[in-house]
Design a protein around this ligand. Structure first.
Ligand SMILES: Nc1ncnc2c1ncn2[C@@H]1O[C@H](COP(=O)(O)OP(=O)(O)OP(=O)(O)O)[C@@H](O)[C@H]1O
Length: 251
């Protein structure tokens, strides 16, 4: 269980997250939705302890990430939104490096690396430098690294960006199954179809605040709309902006 108690995070004067109180439970696929800049990545970085809250408290399976991030990071598989990879390492070297960081024993590491190489169809790329890979392959390497130590928590920032439909389909099934095995899944996406298909619990952020939580049905009911796209636009008061974007682009 991850608990946020009245958490705020500011960058200078700008609030990235304001007064967030939230319980994120295992056994569900939790989906973070929100327009660009609404605080999704910030929320994930707070869970990892990469950044610290200005006010409030976060508890991740009994640990405070601001004070004690190491045991938390050991149980998390994290896919960052941007490609934070070591470009001068070859794919297999990078996966070996990640396995070492997680403290996997050599034989277990070897088996895990083979497993994720096959799962993310990286076999023919293992000796290539990460810097030379296409965007989609870099995303696959990041996903492979997140699965290497069979984590309890999956923190996936836009995991479906750049990957092809085969891996996307498999990943959806795997995340659903992992949730039934009491893993805690928290992913962010801008793709509402993915949210609709996957989410047991939606956390809708807007300008650093939570404006709706609950199942897809509950969010739709609160927004009094039929589809998630309409709910998103209505709850984030974005309908007028869509009209303006269309007008600007159509000339
Ligand atoms: N390192 C930083 N320095 C200054 N401001 C930042 C920094 N990181 C994030 N912010 C600001 O915090 C707010 C939330 O950003 P965040 O990246 O969490 O949003 P997001 O919902 O993940 O956005 P996106 O959907 O575009 O990825 C934004 O206003 C952003 O400009």
């Amino acid at each position: 269980m991850i608990v946020f108690q009245s958490v705020s995070k500011y960058y200078g004067e700008t609030p990235a997250l304001e007064n967030i109180s939230l319980r994120i439970e295992p056994g569900k696929v939790n989906v973070l939705l929100g327009p660009n800049g609404s605080g999704k990545t910030t929320l994930m970085k707070l869970i990892l302890g990469i950044i610290k809250p200005d006010t409030g408290k976060i508890v991740v399976y009994g640990h405070d990430p601001a004070r004690d991030p190491i045991p938390i990071r050991r149980i998390i598989g994290y896919v960052p939104e941007d490609d934070a990879l070591y470009h001068s390492l070859r794919v297999k070297e990078y996966l070996e490096f990640v396995a070492r960081i997680y403290g996997l024993k050599q034989d277990i590491a070897k088996r895990s690396i083979e497993r994720v190489i096959d799962a993310f169809m990286l076999r023919d790329k293992i000796n290539e430098f990460i810097g030379s890979l296409s965007h989609g392959y870099k995303r696959r390497v990041l996903l492979a690294a997140a699965f290497i130590h069979d984590p309890l928590i999956y923190l996936l920032d836009e995991p479906f960006i750049g990957i092809d439909p085969r891996i996307a389909r498999a990943l959806k099934t795997v995340l659903k199954n992992k949730a039934t095995k009491e893993c805690l899944i928290l992913l962010s996406t801008h793709v509402l179809e993915i949210a609709e298909a996957l989410a047991d619990n939606i956390i809708l952020l807007y300008k650093g605040r939570i404006i709706s939580t609950g199942s897809v049905e509950e969010v739709l009911e609160k927004a009094r709309t039929e589809g998630l796209e309409e709910a998103f636009l209505s709850l984030t008061r974005s309908k007028l902006q869509v009209e303006e974007i269309i007008k600007a682009l159509m000339g």
